[in-house]
Design a protein around this ligand. Structure first.
Ligand SMILES: [Zn+2]
Length: 341
């Protein structure tokens, strides 16, 4: 059984006709409620996170700054990140959704998926950016580390953009392995996420970037993920898995040049369940409403395949681009001192 965490309050983070708007979440929730998967999930409301939860990740200055801007009526936090009067509260609710998901997993759910907004993976310790105000996943991780004394975390991020905020926050931390598959940063925001960014100090080797060239398809993604994620996860042996879920790699999405199809989202959910056994998932991007609706159903179906671990896609006969094969060799070479795959 999968738990979904959602609140209609998320609509109060008002962004008008910005691509990251309240209609995204409404599209997802409406499609879930109209689908037969509704009988296979439990719905929960998020708890709002406390200021102390924010401060395990963010600077006091950043938190106060967001609060003050919202009290003054909102505005632009950077050139593409908006806040409305209620955004401080709703950003805390979005982070709280992650925490609620993690707690439900600790209580026995195999998977729990927080469908909230604003998203979080571009937010750094001291800065809002890329539609993100607070880093929902990092706040969830630090909550688990503090309150449940969990030691080792694996984060997998398959949003089309590199989660620069999450990567930066844990860049020197050997207990947090961040693995991100995203569009080649030479061609997309935030212009970071190259293979060579492998972590720093004790965290060297624990930031694993898988950049994909524009035009990459589901087959390219399966090729990379099967060759890298499963062996690395086995070797790292995490105590808890956190997943950043993005739908902007879909071929209908206006914000990336990745060409994933609907079936990818069912496949990745089933693949992750097989690797992790249990995990908390947090929504990031995805901006084409029909694709968001369809692919969320696929994802939730994939999560529910725990008793029927048959992947919805064939694993052989993949059509893989030369770019992808070359990139795999490069990643394998750079990570050879740390992991074998
Ligand atoms: Zn994205």
């Amino acid at each position: 059984m999968t738990a979904l965490i959602h609140s209609p309050e998320y609509g109060k983070h008002e962004t008008g006709n910005h691509p990251e708007n309240k209609e995204r979440i409404e599209a997802i929730i409406n499609s879930v409620k109209e689908s037969e998967i509704l009988s296979q999930i439990d719905l929960f409301k998020p708890d709002i996170c406390k200021k102390e939860d924010l401060l395990r990740v963010h600077t006091k200055k950043h938190v106060e700054n967001i609060k003050e801007i919202c009290q003054r009526g909102g505005g632009y936090l950077d050139y593409d990140t908006l806040a409305s009067p209620q955004s401080y509260q709703i950003a805390k609710l979005s982070a709280g959704g992650g925490i609620t998901a993690a707690k439900l997993v600790m209580d026995g759910y195999k998977s729990a998926y927080s469908i909230g907004r604003p998203p979080g993976h571009h937010a750094t310790r001291d800065r809002a950016m890329g539609f993100c105000i607070f880093n929902n996943l990092a706040i969830t991780l630090e909550y688990l580390r503090e309150l449940y004394k969990i030691k080792k975390f694996l984060i997998f991020d398959f949003d089309a953009h590199y989660g620069n905020g999450t990567a930066d926050i844990f860049y020197s931390d050997p207990d947090v392995l961040y693995i991100s598959i995203h569009q080649d940063p030479r061609t997309i925001f935030p212009g970071k996420g190259f293979v060579e960014e492998i972590g720093m100090g004790e965290g060297e080797g624990y930031n694993l970037n898988i950049p994909m060239s524009p035009g990459s398809t589901t087959d390219d993604y399966i090729y990379m993920i099967e060759r890298i994620l499963s062996p690395v996860a086995q070797y790292f042996n995490a105590d808890f898995y956190l997943v950043d879920v993005g739908f902007d790699g879909h071929r209908d999405d206006p914000l990336s040049s990745i060409n994933l199809d609907d079936d990818f989202y069912g496949w990745i959910a089933a693949e992750l369940m097989e690797i992790a056994g249990r995990m908390a998932l947090i929504l990031e991007g995805g901006y084409n409403l029909p694709a968001l609706s369809r692919c969320n159903i696929q994802l939730i179906n994939g999560l529910n395949q725990e008793n029927n671990r048959e992947h919805p896609l064939p694993q052989d006969n993949l059509t893989v681009r030369d770019d992808t094969k070359n990139s795999f060799k490069e990643i394998k070479e750079i990570f050879s001192p740390f992991f074998e795959f």
